[in-house]
Design a protein around this ligand. Structure first.
Ligand code: DON
Length: 569
């Protein structure tokens, strides 16, 4: 009896080891046995992402001759399998990269509103916004952009797509072991998957998921194989497109084959600015992230922030007041630049930002009701990954389904989750979206328009040389998280680990309150309250992944707030 058991266990281990070896990234990646690595210093190349297996896939691709762009593609594809909560092919994202020759690349593969979308599509007869429809199920999805983005990244990469997608195919086909966090995420979304999907999905099974279970996704593997064979057409046309449209029709969604066929990723000129000897490069509209970051940092640059010190009432109060003003501008002035004239130059100019801070009072809490967007002269759940290679290329990608597991609709027969990005539009002026963000005309729904994002994939140069790649998920807290990480590094001279993991705070104009993480300084909290600020404790803010060059090495850090993990060599 015992002997049989030993043989059986040995056979199982052997079988798993063999399966592990067939994973396209090589032996380095074992989907049945992996550990979370929060930081590492690597001499050549590094990846930091939301999942250990995805980071390992990215590092293995670079070891095989790929560069940071190859790693960004392969890591995103792996995340689409091992991190269904936010990794995706049914969502969208932004990539900012810097090639070793200094060329800067900004790729917008944000989802777009379907042709049949209309401004008031989420209003009922009485004009009330029905946010359930913009947040869950078939009508919540924009046209997915991620796959177009991956193929638009390919010209900067070195290896063929067929190789870059293989690890993801293997992970989907053979399965991978899920963590306690993933099991709990899947369990809590179970009812939603059943409600908003019209066919059985890989994400629900009889009984509850637990840590150590293996998640196998054969339909997703088949979809990835169609992309491997036919490129972007393997997603936007043919079988996959048909399955998406059929799923939409079963659930009153409006995405058509035409919508899918017409979708393109777009090159965008990133937002660039200097801050205390650092050159910062971040994303332009339709993400609001780069402009928010530039505004917040430039508003505080003339103050002696390092003297104020980390998380004192002085430094936090100043940073909050910059946040309040920048987010007021976001609501009024930012939207898809192909549909709305975003006054980028004015919003980020020194003169304008100085005037925005003219009424700043260091002794008193500001009041959002009194802070309107600046006057512009008439004339004119998400995941982040960072990669760096040995050649000097660096990439930051933030990609999203919007909420955790997106719309909770799995495309029947195709095995992937669709986004609920339509909620990032302003369904009705004055009605906050799921992140409490307000918007108006600039971000109203229109066919083909891309909804305003907060995603802030960011690169930093020092002395015109690559220094840092960073970014995070977190809805409206994304720009303020990146802002704090950068101020921590630059003003408070922290190491990257502390810059990412120290407690954070957030203000977004409305609601007029400061949210703080549980471990935020109790003393500063008390002092802010005494000044008139309303503070609210909340769960973790962001899951920031960063890599910086320090003494010629790549120092990679993954946020403590999740299963996030680094890999490199
Ligand atoms: O594009 C945006 O700003 C949002 N859809 C991001 C959502 C997000 O970060 C969710 N993660 N926590």
């Amino acid at each position: 009896m015992k002997k049989t058991l030993v043989i059986w266990v040995a056979a199982l281990v052997l079988c798993q080891a063999l399966q592990a070896q067939i994973v396209g990234a090589g032996k380095a990646v074992d989907p049945y046995k992996y550990t979370i690595v929060k930081k590492g210093t690597f001499s050549k190349a590094a990846v930091s992402s939301a999942h250990p297996l995805a980071s390992q896939v990215g590092a293995a691709i670079m070891k095989r001759g790929g560069n940071a762009f190859d790693a960004a593609i392969a890591t995103q594809l792996a995340l689409a399998v091992v991190y269904p909560e936010a990794g995706n092919i049914g969502g969208g994202g932004f990539l900012v990269g810097r090639k070793k020759d200094g060329e800067i690349v900004g790729l917008d593969y944000r989802e777009a509103a379907p042709a049949a979308a209309s401004r008031d599509m989420y209003l009922d007869r009485n004009g009330n916004a029905q946010l359930n429809l913009s947040q869950n199920g078939h009508l919540a999805s924009g046209i997915p952009g991620t796959v177009a983005g991956l193929f638009a990244t390919l010209p900067y990469a070195k290896l063929p797509f067929t190789q870059l997608v293989q690890p993801a195919i293997d992970l989907a086909e053979k399965g991978y072991v899920i963590s306690a966090r993933e099991a709990s995420g899947l369990n809590s979304a179970r009812e939603s998957f059943l409600k908003y999907s019209t066919r059985p999905t890989a994400f629900t099974k009889e009984g509850k998921w637990k840590a150590g279970d293996t998640l196998v996704q054969p339909e997703l593997a088949a979809t990835l194989k169609r992309m491997q064979k036919d490129g972007a057409k393997g997603f936007y046309q043919g079988e996959t497109a048909r399955l998406i449209v059929e799923e939409m029709q079963r659930g009153k969604g409006i995405i058509t084959e035409e919508d899918l066929k017409n979708y393109t990723a777009k090159l965008r000129e990133p937002i660039e600015f200097n801050y205390r000897g650092h050159h910062i490069i971040s994303f332009a509209p339709p993400s609001s992230g780069g402009i928010l970051l530039a505004q917040m940092m430039k508003m505080i640059e003339s103050f002696p922030v390092s003297e104020y010190q980390f998380q004192t009432v002085k430094s936090v109060q100043l940073m909050i007041e910059a946040e309040r003003r920048a987010y007021a501008d976001r609501a009024e002035h930012q939207g898809d630049p192909d549909f709305w004239k975003v006054p980028v130059a004015t919003l980020t100019s020194d003169a304008y930002l100085k005037q925005r801070m003219a009424d700043y009072d260091p002794d008193k809490a500001g009041v959002s009701a009194n802070v309107k967007a600046g006057q512009i002269p008439q004339s004119e759940e998400t995941t982040h990954l960072s990669t760096m290679d040995a050649e000097g290329n660096m990439v930051a990608v933030t990609t999203t389904l919007n909420g955790g597991y997106g719309s909770k609709t799995v495309v029947g027969g195709a095995g992937f989750l669709m986004n609920n990005e339509m909620d990032d539009f302003s369904a009705k002026p004055g009605v906050p979206n799921m992140y409490g963000a307000l918007g108006g005309e600039a971000n109203a729904i229109a066919p083909g328009k891309r909804m305003l994002s907060c995603m802030t994939p960011t690169l930093v140069l020092k002395g015109n040389k690559p220094y840092l790649t960073i970014g995070t998920p977190g809805g409206t807290t994304i720009p303020t998280s990146v802002y704090q990480a950068l101020v921590n590094l630059i003003d408070f001279n922290m190491n990257l680990d502390d810059a990412i993991n120290k407690p954070k705070f957030h203000h977004q104009w409305f609601p007029d309150e400061v949210s703080v993480e549980k471990d935020f300084s109790a003393e500063t909290k008390k002092q802010l309250e005494a000044m008139g600020y309303k503070l609210k404790e909340r769960g973790g803010i962001g899951r920031t992944e960063g890599i910086r060059i320090l003494n010629g090495k790549r120092e990679a850090v993954a946020d403590k707030r999740g299963d996030d993990s680094v890999a490199g060599f």
